[in-house]
Design a protein around this ligand. Structure first.
Ligand SMILES: [Zn+2]
Length: 482
């Protein structure tokens, strides 16, 4: 008897874009609904953009999104009338973490589909949405603007923390925290009338909080697992670089650059990296000058997130880089608007140290200018780094196409400014050995590798280890019967 089916609509033979549909007789849910950057990059980028009213028509034609009825926002469907319906055809989407390759295209789902997400991840999504200057349909995960009547709707979002039981029809889903390169990442354990499906989301065992991934594996393996959907980003990579290695290399290069300018480039949501950078700065007696966007995320987490330790913006080691407006001014009333004006005001009230580029240029050896988006690079022009200055390239793997295209431009800027790039990075994803040991512990009947370009390698590696799990290579076209 068929109890459920699984279909991998995204994340099959590609890194990211996970869209996993679990379908039972009583409920239909998506596990993640990420942007497939691999496919999107083939057709879009630079000047080529989808036209808004038929965005979904274009994305379905190009294969960026699957053709499904009753799932998508109706204001963007163009001529695809056969995909419209009165009721949503899917009950919910459970989002494992805030990276766009797992949640980016939830922005294009109908607003009456309920989302479940980690409590801290929901704050991250909300803040990231607020600081985006151009809010296009794909930026609208939390708030949706219906372009037919300009109404703005807030989505139905239920947040969770580890161990909370989510009941959707006959699906009982339990999220358990895992260690990954952004806070509030979860793996999921699904029970469907006796069938147990485990989905890892993205995870690693070499990070600073690997204990959380160990908790997840222990919980998942407490009962027989029928299907394990596991990420395999690095199934072809046995190397392990830990966050401790990153910290050591940051310290070494900062010691070599005494008295010279130093900048670092980290991901907006990577708090483990931020903590390493703070430790490295303390080691050499520098302060971080945080880009306002990064500082704003910290500010919100400090105020609102219950389960995460964040550095205090008022601490001695932190300051916020006061970016001049396009006219070069710093006047609160005249030069700043929106969230940035409110944030600068709150920083002033709270006694947060604000530092201008002029001060940074005068005291090059005292700060690490901490950027999180390549658009901030020209800010270094005012600082005029000298030869021997360093740039800690410490962002994780690109999570969207802009980041990838812009990486080349970052290198050009560094060459121009005479800054030496220092690569200090540890992956957010499990290595080959970590993936295999996870499978060994969970010991599932069937494995579906996702978020990997090498699903075939799973079978070879498991055979070599004498492990008996059956590997099903995912494809968008095939339904997997459980
Ligand atoms: Zn991720």
């Amino acid at each position: 008897m068929t109890l459920a089916t699984i279909r991998i609509y995204g994340g099959a033979c590609e890194i990211g874009g996970n869209k996993i549909l679990v379908n039972t007789k009583e409920a239909k849910i998506f596990l993640d609904f990420g942007t497939s950057f691999t496919t999107k990059r083939k057709f879009y980028g630079g000047f080529i953009k989808a036209k808004r009213f038929r965005m979904l028509e274009e994305y379905i034609l190009t294969g960026i999104l699957p053709e499904l009825s009753g799932v998508y926002r109706e204001d963007l469907l163009g001529s695809l009338d056969h995909l419209r319906s009165d009721e949503p055809s899917v009950d919910a989407c459970i989002i494992t973490h805030a990276h766009l390759d797992h949640c980016g295209h939830t922005s294009l789902l109908r607003p009456d589909i309920k989302f479940y997400i980690g409590a801290t991840a929901s704050i991250l999504l909300e803040v990231r949405e607020e600081i985006k200057t151009l809010r296009e349909p794909e930026d609208q995960i939390i708030k949706v603007k219906d372009y037919r009547d300009e109404r703005v709707l807030k989505r139905q979002i239920e947040t969770f923390s580890t161990g909370k039981l989510l009941k959707i029809g006959n699906i009982r889903a339990t999220p358990i925290h895992v260690d990954h390169s952004t806070p509030s990442s979860y793996g999921l354990i699904l029970d469907l009338d006796g069938v147990r499906i485990v989905y890892t989301g993205d995870f690693r065992l070499h990070g600073p909080i690997h204990k959380m991934t160990e908790d997840f594996i222990e919980y998942a393996s407490a009962d027989d697992v029928d299907v394990l959907i596991i990420e395999g980003t690095r199934i072809n990579d046995p190397s392990i670089h830990s966050e401790e290695n990153v910290l050591a290399s940051m310290k070494d290069s900062l010691e070599d650059a005494q008295g010279k300018a130093a900048a670092a480039f980290i991901n907006l949501l990577d708090f483990d990296r931020l903590k390493s950078l703070i430790s490295a700065a303390e080691h050499v007696g520098r302060k971080l000058a945080l880009s306002p966007k990064l500082a704003y995320v910290i500010y919100h987490l400090e105020k609102r997130a219950a389960n995460i330790q964040v550095p205090k913006l008022t601490s001695e080691i932190l300051s916020v880089y006061l970016e001049p407006s396009s006219s070069g001014g710093y006047d609160l009333e005249k030069d700043y608007r929106g969230w940035l004006r409110r944030f600068i005001e709150e920083c002033q009230d709270a006694g947060v140290c604000l530092v201008t580029p002029e001060e940074l240029a005068r005291q090059k050896g005292r700060y690490i200018i901490t950027l999180c988006q390549s658009e901030d690079l020209p800010e270094l022009v005012s600082i005029r780094p000298e030869p021997g200055s360093i740039f800690l390239f410490s962002s994780s793997e690109p999570h969207n196409e802009e980041q990838e295209i812009e990486r080349e431009k970052v290198i050009n800027w560094l060459e121009l400014l005479g800054m030496r790039p220092v690569y200090a990075h540890a992956s957010g994803h499990a290595s080959q050995g970590e993936v295999i040991s996870t499978i060994e512990k969970i010991s599932p009947r069937t494995i579906i590798p996702v978020h990997t370009e090498h699903p075939k390698m799973f079978r070879e590696l498991l055979e070599r280890q004498g492990m008996g799990s059956k590997v099903i290579e995912p494809s968008q076209q095939h339904e997997i019967i459980v």
